[in-house]
Design a protein around this ligand. Structure first.
Ligand SMILES: [Zn+2]
Ligand SMILES: [Zn+2]
Length: 344
């Protein structure tokens, strides 16, 4: 008998599933990768085989052209689709099941089972309802490997209806102008659009060109985003009284001069920190996050109730301390290269 959990081994660049010769969300190219979701700090090109949900594989193909042929005309990469709820048998007798993480389209937690032991890796996750992806499922396990992007008690995300209300009243207050919302191109942008639709906003929403393909991909996967048009095809007059969605980098860019008198907004969990909004010249901070906030991180640990909690990335110290105070075994993994500035 080998030592308990000797088959799962954390490295700074990814968690290794030893008997399978596989890695979870590796930051470097490997032969066999199990990928939780399409954000660049978890998914990258260059792996031999990538096991991920069909949606995540489509996102990776769009962003990294993972299925492109090399100089010899070969496609070196093998996409291995795994549906939600499906269990695949990896080499070495390890079973992997993909379970919704509620973070972005296609995002999954990965349950690994071997030698009677259960390990769940969340990837990034959230607990709030999101019309663009399947909701997080609590999965009991022995070792729970969690993110901690917003792992400080000051991070509490308000209800999204409040933030949508702020956005729509800013638009009402600026009928001849526009509201420009900075939103991360994968996940946040589509969620903001879908939440606007759910709040009854049926007007055309204008997009920065960098958003178009990902919005189309969401639509192809059944997420209705209503009428979307490109800023580049329209005049200031056309866009008067409209909401415009752009990547955060475009907020203070020359590009925004083509919009009619824009109020600048940004949708991110980081907008809880006033300095961050000020730094970016954001007039209307919208606290909309695709990650669990502090209470959701701690509630989730209680619900999953693991023997041990491992913390991959974010503000791990506070969550580690919380675990200690609550008599829970925990360790910080100090993963490198995680967390994109604007992804929050
Ligand atoms: Zn993510
Ligand atoms: Zn992440």
């Amino acid at each position: 008998m080998s030592a308990p959990f000797s088959w799962i081994k954390p490295h700074p660049w990814g968690v290794e599933v030893v008997p399978a010769g596989a890695f979870i969300d590796p930051a470097r190219a490997v032969d066999k990768a199990l990928v939780t979701h399409g954000h660049a700090d978890h998914a990258r090109g260059g792996h031999g085989e990538t096991f991920a949900t069909p949606e995540t594989l489509a996102i990776m193909e769009l962003r990294y052209r993972t299925g492109a042929a090399d100089d010899a005309g070969e496609i070196p990469h093998k996409a291995m689709p795994v549906e939600y709820g499906e269990t695949i048998r990896l080499p070495g007798g390890v079973d992997a099941t993909y379970i919704p993480a509620g973070h972005v389209l296609g995002s999954a937690q990965i349950l690994l089972e071997h030698a009677g032991e259960r390990v769940v890796i969340t990837g990034d996750y959230k607990r709030r309802a999101d019309p663009t992806c399947a909701p997080f499922e609590v999965t009991p396990c022995d070792i729970f490997i969690t993110e901690a992007t917003f792992g400080l008690p000051l991070f509490t995300h308000p209800p999204i209806s409040e933030e949508m209300g702020k956005l729509l009243s800013a638009l009402e207050g600026n009928p001849e102008g526009s509201v420009l919302v900075g939103a991360y191109a994968l996940g946040k942008a589509q969620r903001v659009i879908a939440e606007l639709r759910a709040a009854g906003h049926t007007d055309t929403i204008y997009l920065h060109g960098a958003m178009e393909k990902m919005c189309r991909l969401y639509e192809e996967h059944g997420v209705d985003l209503g009428e979307l048009k490109l800023v580049a095809d329209h005049t200031k007059d056309d866009m008067a009284g409209s909401i415009v969605i752009a990547p955060p980098s475009a907020l203070n860019d020359r590009w925004s001069r083509r919009l009619p008198n824009p109020v600048t907004a940004m949708a991110s969990g980081w907008m809880r920190v006033r300095g961050r909004a000020r730094q970016r010249g954001v007039e209307l901070p919208l606290i909309i996050s695709d990650h669990a906030d502090w209470n959701e991180l701690t509630d989730t640990i209680r619900q999953v109730n693991p023997t041990e909690t491992w913390i991959t990335h974010g503000r791990e110290e506070a969550l580690l301390r919380w675990c200690e105070l609550n008599q829970r075994h925990a360790r910080a993994l100090a993963m490198v290269g995680r967390e994109e500035e604007d992804e929050g």
